[in-house]
Design a protein around this ligand. Structure first.
Ligand code: ADP
Ligand code: ZN
Length: 216
């Protein structure tokens, strides 16, 4: 089984949903830089104050900040049994830093799971997305409803719409995806780590397909 995993794909491709499924099934440590920033904003820490305007507008938090955050997180003991990076790396600088620091701690990335999705579907998913304020679990108002409206199935927390899940910020996020993040696919292809999956299939099929690959 592969344990040190990077999840990639445009916003709305389903990284967060897949990450939650993989984490539950295989006891991997889920590291979502987006969740970490949102947590810091909620708590009003220095990091949160710095990150807020970037997140709200859909722009990327500067590399030195993000890389430092992930470096600290990956060094924690709960990553020893495997990590699932979700939303990092997003720039070539971050990918190169990850290569170095995962070597340093002896936990090299074993596979990059890339989720392909078409643009119309991304917009549909993001505009109907709701997220648990408490645990970050993702829902959709039509296709992934919680059992009780507005309430998280997993922890009972309230669901809300992310501030960057609006048309304007989504445009900025998609732009950064194309310009900053998509080039990483070539980088990881050359490293022999890239594995593509179609995220238009339902989330259960996708999970089964990714699981089968990780277990090979
Ligand atoms: P999504 O994949 O749906 O766009 P995320 O929750 O992964 O959302 O990220 C939300 C926001 O957090 C990004 O738009 C960006 O502002 C910030 N962020 C998350 N990860 C990174 C990263 N690796 N580098 C820079 N900024 C990041
Ligand atoms: Zn929850």
């Amino acid at each position: 089984m592969l344990h040190n995993i990077v999840l990639m794909g445009p916003p709305g491709a389903g990284k967060g949903t897949l990450a939650k499924q993989l984490k539950t099934a295989y006891n991997l440590t889920h590291i979502s830089t987006g969740d970490m920033f949102r947590e810091a904003i909620k708590e009003g820490t220095e990091l949160g104050k710095l990150a807020k305007s970037y997140l709200d507008s859909g722009n990327l938090v500067p590399d030195e900040v993000t890389i430092g955050l992930v470096k600290e997180r990956l060094a924690k003991p709960d990553c020893e049994s495997g990590f699932l990076l979700d939303g990092f790396p997003r720039t070539l600088g971050q990918a190169k830093a990850l290569k170095e620091l995962s070597k340093e701690i002896n936990r090299p990335v074993e596979v990059v799971v890339n989720l392909d999705c078409d643009n119309d579907e991304l917009v549909r998913r993001i505009s109907g997305r709701r997220v648990c304020k408490n645990c970050g679990a993702p829902y959709h108002i039509e296709s992934m409803k919680p059992k009780v409206e507005g309430v998280c199935d997993l922890c009972g927390g309230p669901l809300y719409q992310r501030k960057d899940d609006n048309e304007e910020a989504l445009k900025v996020r998609l732009h950064h995806y194309v310009v900053d993040t998509k080039p990483l696919l070539d980088f990881y292809e050359e490293e022999g780590l890239l594995k593509n999956f179609n995220s238009l299939q339902g989330s259960q099929h996708l999970f089964d397909e990714v699981s089968a690959f990780l277990k090979k």
